[in-house]
Design a protein around this ligand. Structure first.
Ligand SMILES: Nc1ncnc2c1ncn2[C@@H]1O[C@H](COP(=O)(O)OP(=O)(O)O)[C@@H](O)[C@H]1O
Ligand SMILES: [Mg+2]
Length: 397
């Protein structure tokens, strides 16, 4: 068969074009994937080690230039007893870093990456700052806390926040560092509740605008860490203990402080557990005492949905077009809905066998998640959990 040179040439060109097109497509794919891999944090919003180390380098730069201070600065910036491990935050959120402090894991937190992003205490610029009396300083601390937490605190409560080093040579730097911490709701809440509650994180120290807290097993890793127990009874006991501790926390936050403490961001990863299975609130950015909760909720509205603030809501009064200041759901209701509901289903946590009173617990948790009458539900749920524990102990299963 005779091959015409023109046709032959066209076939060759066509093959060559297809090959080039394929090559081009493959290179684009490789380049694209490499770019996405290298910059994955940009798209997922996750932090990177590079930027986290830069944040700590900035903090140490400020420390070396005597702009900030704190009991952990020396270990972080000089002796390196406090070492960065990895980061746990989303770029837009607060900075949360895991570190190792002489063999103990700790978490470093700050609302902002840089110290300069916090407001400096204005009165420090004035020439007569040195002559400020203790009472005047305490008053300024009280005003700052009122701005952040919406709380009027008596001097006796302020004192723990006010170390007795106020007249040291370094006092202006100390005050400036403390001021950056006072602008962080979470730091203030942890600090104020340290001695009153087992359900908040312990602060182990500070450096500039960063505070370090104890490292605990956070909610999203409970299943791997706690429920890896081989025996079903062990797993059931753990769940019941944690559930009871959640109820103890709810009771304390609702009743034991001078104002009710509202949790408006309830999800497993915002709670952790100690080795004795005490539940601890680890993210308190969205926790508000009653007075601040009221100002947050009391806003203009045209319908009920304008009165939702994360897990806290009230309803819209269509006469005044204002949301009610009183929160209408409760901590217990949200915990039942967002945490217990997943635990006390028929196939709880993928367990093979049910545990004592499972059907009753399932029903009560459903009711608790949907109802607003919390008084009786709290005690019903508490008794059921205790009874389930007892039956488990007696070898019901
Ligand atoms: N004390 C802690 N122990 C263990 N993990 C923690 C601790 N504090 C925070 N984390 C982890 O870091 C994540 C982010 O911290 P969080 O305070 O919740 O910040 P955000 O405001 O960004 O949600 C948490 O979901 C948890 O996984
Ligand atoms: Mg969180």
């Amino acid at each position: 068969m005779r091959i015409f040179p023109g046709k032959w040439l066209r076939i060759k060109i066509c093959k060559k074009n297809t090959f080039l097109l394929l090559l081009f497509w493959a290179s684009c794919w490789i380049l694209g994937s490499t770019f996405l891999f290298l910059h994955r944090s940009l798209f997922s919003g996750r932090c990177t080690d590079e930027e986290s180390k830069k944040i700590l380098a900035g903090l140490c730069y400020d420390y070396n230039n005597r702009a900030v201070t704190g009991d952990l600065c020396e270990d972080l910036c000089v002796t390196e007893k406090l070492m960065y491990k990895h980061c746990l935050y989303y770029q837009r959120g607060k900075k949360v870093l895991q570190a190792d402090w002489q063999g103990t894991p700790v978490i470093l937190k700050s609302k902002n990456d840089a110290f300069s992003k916090f407001q400096a205490p204005l009165f420090l610029d004035e020439s007569d700052a040195q002559s400020l009396t203790d009472t005047e300083l305490l008053l300024m601390v009280a005003v700052e806390i009122k701005n952040t937490l919406g709380l009027d605190l008596p001097n006796s409560t302020l004192l723990p926040l006010w170390p007795e080093r106020k007249h040291s040579q370094n006092w202006k730097v100390e005050l400036a560092s403390m001021w950056s911490l006072y602008q962080q709701e979470e730091y203030l809440l942890f600090n104020l509740l340290q001695d009153f509650s087992r359900h908040v994180l312990h602060i182990v120290g500070t450096c500039g605008h960063f505070y370090a807290v104890e490292f605990l097993s956070a909610g999203h890793s409970w299943k791997q860490n706690l429920f890896s127990l081989e025996e079903v009874v062990g797993q059931c006991k753990t769940v019941l203990d944690i559930a009871i501790s959640f109820l103890d926390m709810v009771h304390q936050f609702d009743n034991e402080f001078s104002h009710r403490l509202h949790l408006c961001d309830v999800k497993p990863e915002n709670f952790a557990i100690r080795s004795d299975l005490t539940v601890v609130a680890i993210d308190m950015d969205m926790a508000f005492f009653e007075p601040k909760m009221r100002t947050i909720l009391e806003q203009k509205c045209t319908s009920d949905k304008d009165c939702n603030f994360f897990d806290c809501f009230s309803t819209c009064d269509l006469k005044t077009f204002m949301c009610g200041a009183q929160r209408e759901n409760s901590n217990l209701q949200v915990i039942c809905d967002k945490i217990f509901r997943h635990w006390f289903t028929q196939t709880m946590m993928g367990f093979i066998r049910p545990f004592p009173l499972q059907a009753e617990l399932h029903k009560t948790v459903q009711k608790c998640a949907e109802s607003t009458n919390m008084e009786s539900l709290f005690s019903d749920l508490y008794s059921l959990l205790q009874e389930s524990q007892k039956q488990l102990h007696r070898g019901y299963m």
